[in-house]
Design a protein around this ligand. Structure first.
Ligand SMILES: C[S@@+](CC[C@H](N)C(=O)[O-])C[C@H]1O[C@@H](n2cnc3c(N)ncnc32)[C@H](O)[C@@H]1O
Length: 333
């Protein structure tokens, strides 16, 4: 995956306007503050320099995770054609770019961001780009009782920054505003997954349809064994990011946890592959989350269709059940 060319050029122009040592310092400080922040206590990005540092350091990765989650939504509901989107905690606008790539049908986007410096950078990056009409609202989303009704509602890397005691009320407002689908993305860490799990329980109480990643509404079998559900998306690192991170690798893998809840649609039948398939010669091992718990499935070359399917499947993909395989495989909770 790559950043959209227009976004990459806009980021390059913005970054070129800063002295590189100053930007490197600001990015390192920001990254350190994020690493050490308590739940609900993320650093306030209050200055233009900090906002540019965020966009340079984190936006490619958050764009990648959001784009991957949107692909899962489009896969689960190919006839979902949103025209209105609400993005809360929009930051520098990663979700806007990712959604516009996925759904050319989008016409209007409301982006709510409490830090004026971040909203300003988001606005500058999107200025003149071929994107839907965007209204940037500089507000604390918690202070808004009513949010605009939207086909697609997105909270990308935001709930972790919301005081835990305020999360349920915010979620209920977001769900109320959702006419189509609500997409929640958090870091792919144990704490990011714990945040998603709490939101998941609230959405199940509201009878939301979970489209992804969960193929069921039972307790999370990964959490039950002290593991956490997360996925990864690879994205090409632009030259500015390699310089900023002092990293030679031309890509990075963003780990993320996510949840897609919808007003209509069918949950995944079968299960979801919850880690990289392990490939041996003539044998592939899959870990699949299903309504019956976590299954360790082994597919061998002699198993025809299932083998071909396993060979083409990756971490995060859906997995149909193959009765002949399921009988022979162990099930772990
Ligand atoms: C980690 S950034 C994520 C930005 C963007 N969604 C992305 O994925 O790159 C979180 C953003 O949420 C904003 N935010 C946090 N709490 C907020 C609130 N109560 N109201 C509005 N924005 C908020 C922060 O200012 C920050 O810009």
């Amino acid at each position: 995956m790559q950043l959209p060319a227009t976004l990459q050029r806009a980021l390059e122009r913005m970054i070129a306007s800063q002295a590189s040592a100053t930007l490197e310092q600001a990015a390192a400080t920001l990254s350190n503050r994020y690493r050490t922040a308590e739940a609900g206590q993320a650093p306030a990005i209050a200055s233009p320099l900090q906002a540019i540092a965020y966009a340079a350091w984190r936006m490619p990765a958050t764009y990648a995770a959001l784009r991957a989650a949107f692909r899962r939504l489009a896969e689960a509901q190919p006839d979902f054609i949103p025209s209105r989107m609400l993005d809360i905690g929009a930051g520098s606008g990663a979700a806007i770019w990712a959604a516009a790539e996925q759904w050319p049908s989008l016409r209007r986007i409301v982006a709510i961001e409490r830090q004026p410096a971040m909203a300003r950078i988001g606005e500058q990056l999107t200025a003149g780009a071929d994107l839907p009409t965007i209204t940037w609202q500089r507000s604390d989303v918690l202070s808004l009782d009513r949010l605009p009704e939207s086909d697609l509602v997105v909270a990308g890397y935001v709930f972790g920054e919301i005081e835990p005691s305020a999360r349920a009320i915010l979620l209920s407002r977001l769900w109320k505003a959702t006419t189509g689908a609500l997409v929640l993305v958090e870091p792919g860490t144990p704490s990011g997954h714990a945040t998603i799990l709490n939101l998941r329980s609230e959405l199940i109480k509201r009878e939301a349809i979970l489209l992804a990643p969960c193929p069921h509404t039972a307790d999370c079998p990964l959490a039950a064994r002290g593991d956490w559900c997360h996925f990864a998306q690879r994205i090409a690192r632009p030259a500015f990011l390699r310089r900023l991170k002092g990293a030679a690798a031309p890509f990075e893998d963003e780990k993320f946890a996510y949840l897609i809840a919808a007003r209509r649609g069918q949950p995944l039948t079968g299960g979801r592959i919850t880690r990289h398939p392990i490939i041996h010669s003539g044998r592939i091992e899959l870990q699949v989350c299903t309504a019956q718990g976590l299954q360790q499935i082994t597919v061998t070359r002699s198993q025809g269709e299932a083998w071909r399917r396993a060979r083409d499947s990756g971490w995060g993909d859906g997995w149909d059940s193959y009765p002949s395989l399921d009988r022979g495989n162990s099930e772990g909770k």
